[in-house]
Design a protein around this ligand. Structure first.
Ligand code: HEM
Length: 119
């Protein structure tokens, strides 16, 4: 079964993405980053869900901005990157996603580190 299916397919992932973004808004380590977005909160949730669905083997061709372009110029720190990963794990736990799946998601997200934290 693909990771996409094990995360609950499109409906499950939409719910997870919703909670990830809400966790970011409530996380004091990063919440202020989301005060002056180009996207609305709903657009960010939808974009995050599409990115997740595409990246886990689901039926979406992610047409959004790539991660390097999206986060370029934000000067994201390693601590902020960890805060985002914490929020993701918290949302996955809330949705009772298993440890194996959490590890796979973490590994995929970690692979974007060098596109998001620029040296
Ligand atoms: C693996 C880690 C991350 C992934 C996969 C990711 C993914 C995304 C995606 C898919 C978008 C929407 C892009 C679009 O449709 O235009 C986005 C936007 C954004 N991300 Fe990230 N992100 C990550 C880490 C971070 C970190 C560490 C921060 C800083 C705390 C951050 C801050 C933002 C902000 C502020 C936006 C909104 C940009 C705007 O609309 O102005 N992201 N991210």
């Amino acid at each position: 079964m693909s990771l996409y299916e094990r995360l609950g397919a499109s409906e499950g992932i939409n719910n997870i993405a919703h909670d990830i973004v809400e966790n970011h808004f409530a996380n004091p380590a990063i919440s202020s980053r989301f005060n002056n977005m180009k996207l609305t909160a709903e657009e960010l949730k939808s974009s995050a869900a599409k990115f997740f669905i595409a990246g886990t083997g689901g039926p979406v061709d992610y047409q959004g901005k790539d991660m390097l372009l999206t986060h370029k110029g934000m000067n994201v720190s390693a601590i902020e990157f960890m805060a985002v990963l914490d929020d993701v794990l918290e949302a996955l736990t809330k949705h009772e996603i298993g440890q194996r799946e959490q590890e796979e998601v973490l590994f995929i997200l970690y692979s974007f580190r060098s596109d998001i934290i620029l040296k």
